[in-house]
Design a protein around this ligand. Structure first.
Ligand code: MF3
Ligand code: CO
Length: 256
């Protein structure tokens, strides 16, 4: 069953969504050559504690950290470790929090120092694919319209779309119905209704779509060693079109 949220519930989701985005901006600013992914985790954990909110991923199905940090060929669920970032790498940062019982979940991929033009293009196309998906979040459209828009943009650019991991509904649970695949057919799937809140999260590879999970049982990498990029926003269906709950603007005189 797809849960439709009230206006008040959407405002609660916006609070957690904006907070998660603010933390992602902060931690992105600390991504530098020579910094380890564990240092990013330590920073996020400290901030989450300071703000008095709960990390959503730590303990979820046994996941050991607050943050997912996935480097280069890692797609998602990279466990922060001593791995040191180097100039020219890309790192996908995925974070979830719970504020007042409501989940926030967002991700982005950032360059480490200067990156190659081809990696810049991968990041740009992945973010554009997410935007194309968001554009479809309108009353009366179908879930497949979102999936197809994302897939078309990524594949037209010569990339491939990961099948094993998908977006999801979000609310009082991290993963609610429906699943939101990043591939599919326009005009298919459930009709979008007012109050649905979707976490849309394309994972786009430079090579093939295949996935392998490492020995740690979490880190998902590309089967062929190609690079992968990941962006995620939470979007509510409203009569006025898509409402991005994880939209972030710099704090106007004062922090959270
Ligand atoms: N954004 C991802 C998701 O929605 C992150 C989950 S990490 C986990 O599945 F540790 F919580 F699994
Ligand atoms: Co998610």
């Amino acid at each position: 069953m797809i849960i439709c949220k009230s206006a008040a519930e959407i405002e609660k989701l916006r609070r957690s969504g904006q907070l998660v985005r603010e933390l992602l901006e902060e931690v992105s600013g600390r991504v530098k050559p020579g910094c380890s992914t564990l240092e990013l985790e330590t920073y996020v954990e400290k901030r989450v504690r300071q703000l008095g909110v709960k990390p959503a991923f730590k303990g979820y199905r046994g996941y050991p950290r607050c943050l997912c940090a996935s480097v280069n060929e890692e797609i998602v669920h990279g466990i922060p470790s001593g791995r040191v970032l180097k100039e020219g790498d890309i790192v996908s940062l995925d974070l979830g929090v719970i504020v007042d019982g409501f989940y926030g979940d967002s991700a982005l991929t950032v360059p480490v120092g200067a990156i190659s033009p081809s990696l810049q293009r991968l990041l740009r196309v992945t973010e554009e694919s997410l935007q194309m998906g968001i554009e479809q979040v309108r009353l009366g459209r179908r879930l497949g319209d979102i999936s197809a828009a994302i897939q078309r943009h990524a594949e037209q650019a010569g990339y491939s779309v990961v099948r094993e991991f998908v977006g999801h509904g979000i609310g009082r649970d991290l993963h609610e119905e429906p699943q939101v695949p990043n591939f599919g057919k326009a005009g298919h799937g459930p009709v979008l209704k007012e109050g649905m809140v979707l976490a849309i999260e394309p994972m786009i590879n430079t090579g093939g779509p295949g996935v392998r999970v490492l020995e740690d049982r979490w880190t998902a990498v590309t089967a062929d060693g190609g690079y992968s990029s990941h962006f995620e926003h939470m979007v509510a269906v409203t009569r006025n079109g898509p409402d991005v709950l994880t939209d972030w603007s710099p704090p106007k005189g004062g922090s959270l």
